[in-house]
Design a protein around this ligand. Structure first.
Ligand code: NAG
Ligand code: NAG
Ligand code: NAG
Ligand code: NAG
Length: 419
């Protein structure tokens, strides 16, 4: 709506003797007079006066009014306010106001009631926008995309697929894509990398300290990895198993190298150990399978109660067959690892020193010989329980969930170790 500009009335500057100043003052005076005229007199229009058959310059009526009496040669235009439910928006020469015609539709509310200068204004209720005749719901951006421009009463939401480094895990007409949590900025490791629908998962400090202690394969993983061996050995079974492991693939070179190992049990163990190393970040083995967690927890329960001195750990390590874990290794392990982790780490070191011999067999061997030493009986009993857990454990179910479902009928798994 156009309105006559409101201009402040200015008084002309006082005349002075100096010509230059006078000249400029006159210009100002001239402008002031024009402004003043514009403000006091309404805009005009040409009106044909039937009485005199002349065109007259007449005043328009201001917004909110209409012409009640046209002007004549001797009389100005007479304006009158619009009646209730009528309006006029502009300076006008109409002989009546317009009716407030707008009626709000379903799902609209009266944003501005009609008054003498404006028709009624309707708007869609919260969460909807006008599409032709109807107030439609704002589109919700699905997971994986976020809001770029929220909807208004007149326009729909605008969504965009979350770009690299951003995610949205909700269906929403309001939320934009969020940045992935920066784990390294928080001093944490990235346990699992995010995507368009998931945030990064950071790994806390507790795991970082476990990594310093550095157990490469836990006892439960070893039991599982050694267990995953086919009964009917097709010549290609290792490749089939490798192909069907989730996550980062094992290279053909590595598979060929692993095939040099003597027994199929060793080959399976090497393959799965490598697979675990390559997929550490995802930690699929640990996190995904409940039966597997139960195994880890029950091993920790038995070992967690032990509180072995340096002497005890030395005797235990000396009892294992093959190459021995030295005193320096034991000292370093006691420094880096928590009491619970110490035995596990030392068994780990023994396995590595002995070319990935079966730790559980080694431990069973050692336990028989420990009886001849002065060694705490409770510790021997706890370690025997650990061995039992690893034997008894339903690795078959874990193996099925982790590998067999993918491998299908091509490779059948069987428990190799006797109970
Ligand atoms: C009519 O409503 C509009 C919007 O609130 C307002 O700007 C205008 O001054 C009103 N007119 C009168 C005559 O009150
Ligand atoms: C979305 O992610 C956040 C944090 O990452 C989480 O708290 C929330 O539960 C997730 N919402 C849904 C619907 O998955
Ligand atoms: C995460 O934070 C680190 C340190 O502040 C920074 O160097 C790195 O670029 C950040 N990464 C991303 C993806 O923003
Ligand atoms: C382990 O034993 C030592 C000495 O026997 C003791 O000082 C220490 O507090 C014990 N630690 C735990 C965790 O029980």
């Amino acid at each position: 709506m156009q309105r006559a500009a409101r201009v402040p009335r200015r008084s002309a500057p006082a005349p002075t003797a100096m010509n230059r100043v006078l000249c400029c003052a006159l210009v100002f005076l001239d402008i002031s007079i024009k402004w003043a005229t514009q403000e006091t007199s309404p805009p005009k229009y040409l009106h044909y006066d039937p009485a005199t058959s002349h065109q007259l310059m007449c005043d328009l009526c201001p917004p909110g009014t209409y012409v009640k009496q046209y002007c004549t040669a001797t009389r100005k235009t007479e304006c009158s306010p619009c009646p209730d439910q009528y309006y006029s928006e502009d300076w006008n020469s109409n002989d009546e106001c317009q009716y407030c015609s707008v009626v709000c539709k379903e799902l609209q509310y009266v944003k501005q009631e009609c008054n003498s200068t404006q028709n009624r204004i309707c708007e869609c209720i919260e969460g909807r926008y006008l599409d032709l005749e109807f107030c439609l719901k704002h589109t919700e951006c699905p997971p994986g995309s976020g809001v770029v421009k929220p909807g208004t009463p007149e326009s729909d939401t605008s969504c965009m697929r979350c770009p690299e480094g951003f995610f949205s895990n909700e269906t929403s007409s309001k939320t934009p894509c969020k940045k992935h949590t920066n784990c390294s900025a928080l001093g944490l490791k990235t346990a699992s990398k995010g995507n368009a629908v998931r945030d990064n998962v950071c790994q806390g400090n507790r795991d970082a300290s476990a990594q310093k202690c550095g157990i490469d394969v836990t006892l439960c993983e070893e039991a599982l990895f050694r267990f995953t061996v086919p009964t009917q050995l097709s010549p290609n079974w290792l490749n089939i198993l490798a192909d069907n492991l989730p996550g980062t693939k094992i290279t053909a070179e590595n598979i060929e190298r692993i095939k040099q190992r003597r027994s199929s049990q060793e080959q399976a163990f090497q393959l799965l150990k490598l697979w675990k190393q390559q997929n550490k970040e995802q930690d699929m083995v640990k996190k995904k399978i409940r039966d597997f967690d139960l195994c880890e927890n029950s091993v920790l329960k038995h070992i967690g109660q032990l509180n072995l001195t340096f002497e005890h750990l030395s005797i235990l390590m000396a009892s294992l067959p093959g190459k021995k874990v030295g005193k320096e290794d034991i000292e370093r392990t006691m420094k880096l690892c928590t009491p619970t982790e110490q035995i596990l780490k030392l068994l780990n070191l023994w396995r590595i020193k002995n070319g990935d011999q079966d730790t559980i067999n080694g431990l069973m061997f050692g336990l028989k010989h420990l009886k001849t030493y002065d060694f705490p009986k409770t510790t021997i009993q706890s370690l025997k329980k650990v061995v039992k857990v690893l034997h008894r454990f339903t690795m078959y179910r874990v193996s099925q969930k982790l590998f067999l479902d993918r491998v299908g009928n091509q490779v059948k798994m069987v428990k190799m170790r006797s109970v």
